[in-house]
Every structure is written in C-alpha cells, then in structure tokens.
Ligand binder design. Structure first.
Ligand code: HEM
Length: 259
C-alpha cells in the first residue's frame, strides 16, 4: 500500500471524532434548496400574520360596542385583547411580545435568505443576459420581487413609526387605535402611501405564494390546477381589505369624533 493511501476503519471499530460537524439545519441552510425552504416557511408565517392583521383591522367597521359597561371602539377592544393574550398565565403583553419576536425572526431570515439567494444567482451568472430575456417565464411579478420586497420593508418601518409608536402621527394617543387610524389615514399623502404600499405587497404576495408551492415541492399536477387560484385569492383579499381602510377613512366611513 502506498504511503498516501489510508485504510478506513474496520466495521465496528470505535472511532474518535476529531472534526465537529455543523448541525443538520445549518448544513441545509448552506444550500440553495435550504434557503428556498426558509424563504417559503418564513413567507407562510408572514402571510398568516398579514391575513390575521387585515381581518383584525376589519373590526374598524364595527365601530362602537358596549364593553365592561362602556361604549368603546371594537378595534380598541381587539388591540387590548392582543395585549392581554394568555394573562394570567403570562404577565400583560408577554404573549404579544412572543409573537412579535417570532415575526421579527421570520422577517430577518426571509431577508437573509433572499439576499444570499441573489448572491448565489449572480455568482452562477456573472455576465448579464445578452439578449432579451424570456419575459413570459420571468413575468412582471417575479422580476419585481426584489423592489416590491424592499418597498414592503420600508413601509413596515414607516407603518410602525406611524401607528405603533406614533412618531409620524402628531395626533397619536397611546391605546386609542381607532382614533390613531383616522388621524393617520385622513392625511391624503399618507392614505396614498398606504394604497401604493399595499398594491406592492399584493404583487409580492401573488408571486411569493406562487413560488412557495415550487420551493416546498408541492408541484404535483394536482396542486398546479389551483396554485394560481390560491395565489390570486390571497393577494386579492389582502389588497382589497387593506386598501379599503385608507379609502373608507377618506370617505368618512371610519371616523373618530375627536379627529
Ligand atoms: C391599510 C392597511 C393597514 C392598516 C390599517 C394597519 C393598521 C395597524 C394598526 C392600527 C396597528 C397598531 C396596532 C396596535 O397598536 O395595537 C398596526 C400595527 C402593525 N402593523 Fe399594520 N396595518 C396595515 C397594514 C399592514 C401591513 C401590510 C403590514 C405588514 C406587511 C403591517 C404590519 C404591522 C405590524 C408588524 C404591526 C405591529 C404589531 C404589534 O407590534 O403589535 N400592517 N397596524
């Protein structure tokens, strides 16, 4: 046997491990397929939040309700319910913070996977396509994934500063969610910004839902038939629901007497 060849251990021989292996999930995340899984799973978490948030905000249309002997806005009762979630098992606000942390982790992972997949794709094709690309396949939504994604992230930052922290809303009052909604969206440029951002979100969601079927391996012909319908349905419901809020504030349907 030459000096460079090494004999492997005989079956059953105890071998001392000299190299530390990375955990399986980190190894998987190191591959393009793993990153696509992460994009899809964190995307599903985002979609569930966005649908839940939109449905919750529909409470703005219920207006005033009687609650603990007082007439209050149903949207404010709902916001308080979220802060009171799992009380007294957990202290006030803890469960909501748990959900927020999960959401932040999902967003960070979604952005990181998107960024590293872009780097992988650029490395695989350092020279740009010379001729016209096949825009039938790389359609409008897929080509716009990056800029709609960036717009949505900028919108989220702006939206938190507006309706959660109140920094961009001079009429902000902590806990008065219905009033804050009216105070914010009755400013025309802000209403237009919400409409534009939610249309960008709809385009992002349409293509996101469409591609997550592929990433998760749900591309059986049985799913393909209603893949487009699911993507269209989710994107349309979110855009119609969310765009209705600025329009209805401007129309005076959602109106707080103090604004
Ligand atoms: C017109 C559409 C929307 C309206 C009217 C709206 C309304 C609101 C309101 C009133 C709050 C404050 C709730 C509170 O303080 O209890 C809020 C928080 C929030 N919104 Fe929206 N939102 C809209 C769209 C979106 C979209 C599209 C996203 C994400 C892509 C989003 C993400 C968030 C997040 C992350 C929070 C913070 C939640 C928390 O920390 O409790 N919103 N939104």
């Amino acid at each position: 046997m030459s000096q460079t060849m090494q004999r492997g251990p005989v079956t059953g021989t105890a071998v001392k491990k000299t190299t530390s292996r990375r955990p399986f999930l980190l190894d998987l995340y190191g591959t393009a397929v793993g990153k696509k899984y992460v994009m899809a799973i964190t995307g599903i978490i985002g979609i569930l939040f966005i649908i839940g948030h939109m449905v919750g905000n529909l409470k703005a249309y219920i207006g005033l309700v009687e609650h603990k002997g007082e007439m209050v806005y149903d949207l404010d009762v709902y916001a308080e319910f979220l802060r009171e979630l799992l009380v007294p098992i957990l202290p006030h606000g803890y469960a909501l913070w748990g959900l927020r942390l999960g959401l932040i982790a999902a967003l960070v992972l979604h952005l990181h996977a998107a960024y590293s997949l872009t780097v992988i794709n650029r490395r695989a094709r350092p020279v740009r396509y010379q001729g016209a690309r096949d825009y039938q396949i790389a359609n409008f939504a897929s080509r716009s994934m990056r800029w709609t994604g960036v717009l949505v992230v900028v919108f989220i930052a702006w939206h938190l500063a507006d309706l959660t922290w109140g920094w961009l809303n001079p009429d902000f009052e902590y806990g008065a969610v219905y009033r804050n909604l009216d105070a914010s969206l009755s400013r025309l440029p802000v209403a237009l910004l919400y409409i534009a951002a939610n249309i960008a979100l709809g385009i992002h969601l349409f293509h996101g839902v469409w591609s997550l079927f592929q990433s998760m391996g749900w591309n059986n012909p049985r799913f393909n038939r209603w893949r487009r319908s699911v993507a269209t349905g989710i994107a349309t419901a979110v855009v119609v629901g969310n765009v209705s809020f600025p329009i209805m504030v401007l129309a005076g349907v959602i109106q707080h007497p103090a604004v």
